[in-house]
Design a protein around this ligand. Structure first.
Ligand SMILES: [Zn+2]
Length: 271
């Protein structure tokens, strides 16, 4: 599932290619991915609009249109937004936009959990109503983290993946951030010590920044706007590395299950 670094990579890739282009034609092949409106209204609200800006908030792509409305794309599990010269759709292409320069933006989604919507007000979309601060933005400070963690009686791994606490972090980066911080994923958030919180803050920004630099992690279906894989998978320290040697101490990396999700850790390095 694309997380903050993957979505940021897609947004940066699109920004250079489609800004100020007009949407000439919209085709909906599968209305299941259209939310908050029917496919007819969706097409009508997009066709003829110019793409004024492309932004990311959490794991969502926000395309600002020239009439002050927003085209929001949530990729969820297997969504891909790929720009290509060919109109040729795939079996999993759910929506296709033709731009004025005769390039095509294909929304592909194998499992169809993605959500596409055009709205005048972002708060109409539940995801934005209670979204926490951006981990690479000004709202995410050590002081804020120290203050808020005191009140959280939940495991730190679960909390990192909670978008109402902090935006954009999912299973892969939560595991990597906690390994980098030397913190066991099962620790209660409210029991972390001052130094550990400082390490957690630093690791969060360092891991996400490096992942963006390497254009994200492609394990399954994630591709950037050009359809290419990201390179961070080669740099994963613990995620998906069960039974391999810990890169830090050489002991074995283990997998545990927390709230139905796999967590990878080194029990020697993370306490
Ligand atoms: Zn270790």
């Amino acid at each position: 599932m694309p997380e903050l670094p993957e979505v940021e990579t897609i947004v940066r890739g699109l920004r250079g290619k489609v800004l100020h282009r007009t949407i000439k034609e919209v085709r909906v092949y599968d209305p299941l991915v259209i939310r908050g409106q029917g496919p007819g209204e969706f097409i009508q609200k997009l066709q003829g609009r110019r793409l004024e800006n492309i932004l990311r908030r959490g794991k969502a792509i926000i395309i600002k249109l020239d009439n002050r409305s927003y085209f929001v794309i949530q990729l969820m599990m297997t969504g891909q937004l790929i720009l290509q010269d060919s109109p040729q759709e795939l079996k999993e292409t759910r929506v296709r936009l033709r731009l004025c320069d005769d390039r095509y933006a294909h929304y592909n989604d194998h499992r169809r959990f993605g959500r596409l919507q055009v709205t005048e007000n972002l708060k109409q979309i539940p995801y934005f109503r209670k979204l926490g601060p951006e981990p690479l933005g000004g709202g995410f400070s050590v002081e804020w983290l120290k203050k808020i963690l005191r009140e959280k009686r939940v495991s730190i791994k679960t909390l990192l993946m909670d978008s109402t606490f902090i935006a954009g972090i999912g299973n892969i980066y939560a595991s990597e951030i906690l390994f980098q911080s030397h913190i066991h994923p099962g620790r209660q958030a409210c029991q972390l010590k001052k130094k550990e919180i400082e390490n957690l803050h630093m690791a969060t920004q360092a891991v996400l920044t490096q992942a963006i630099r390497l254009r994200g992690t492609s394990i399954n279906t994630y591709r950037d706007a050009k359809g290419q894989k990201g390179l961070f998978a080669h740099h994963l320290q613990v995620y998906g590395r069960e039974d391999e040697d810990c890169p830090r101490c050489g002991r074995v990396v283990v997998r545990i299950v927390q709230h139905g999700r796999s967590t990878f850790l080194c029990p020697q390095c993370q306490r």
